[in-house]
Design a protein around this ligand. Structure first.
Ligand code: GTP
Ligand code: MG
Length: 148
């Protein structure tokens, strides 16, 4: 099944929104495959955000993302990459629809609470980066109630 890397950023941890963000993916029916609470360093985050290295906001992004611990997770399910991005909302929270995580809980792009992989290829890379030990493959009986 398809997998995506979802991360609660330091502001989401600080604001006590870890449970809320997990809850939305759980309630939707996606299956948890890995979960980690970690203080990331700039080396790891430079790899994670390698495609943004030339952006003017990049140093600030590294400061933001290392300002506290993050919760990294892998969620699995049908079209979870695209659907996960929809659930997070637009990059700039002021453009995020109400009902999305960013649209319900934040305002500024530099404090936008959460990350979601933007493609299946990015997801594969990000999952190997954050979970080099691998993820949990398990059979969920509930799948029979979620997928036709
Ligand atoms: P992620 O899920 O975090 O990867 O966000 P995204 O895919 O919606 O956006 P993108 O990958 O382009 O940017 C990564 C992160 O960099 C964003 O989520 C923001 O936190 C930050 N960012 C992007 N653009 C800006 C910007 O113009 N200003 C600032 N301060 N931060 C930005
Ligand atoms: Mg991105």
């Amino acid at each position: 099944a398809e997998r995506t890397y979802i991360m609660v950023k330091p502001d989401g941890v600080e604001r006590g929104l870890v449970g809320e963000i997990i809850k939305r993916f759980e309630s939707r029916g996606f299956k948890l495959a890995a979960l980690k609470f970690v203080q990331a360093d700039k080396e790891l985050l430079s790899k994670h955000y390698a495609d943004l290295a030339t952006k003017p906001f990049f140093p600030g992004l590294l400061d933001y993302m290392t300002s506290g611990p993050v919760v990294g997770m892998v969620w699995e399910g049908k079209e979870v990459v695209k659907t996960g991005r929809k659930m997070l909302g637009a990059t700039n929270p002021l453009d995020s629809a109400p009902g999305t995580i960013r649209g319900d809980y934040c305002i500024d792009v530099g404090k936008n609470l959460c990350h979601g992989s933007d493609s299946v290829e990015s997801a594969d890379k990000e999952i190997s980066l954050w979970f080099p030990e691998g993820v949990v493959g398990w059979e969920r009986k509930l799948d029979a109630q979620i997928y036709e």
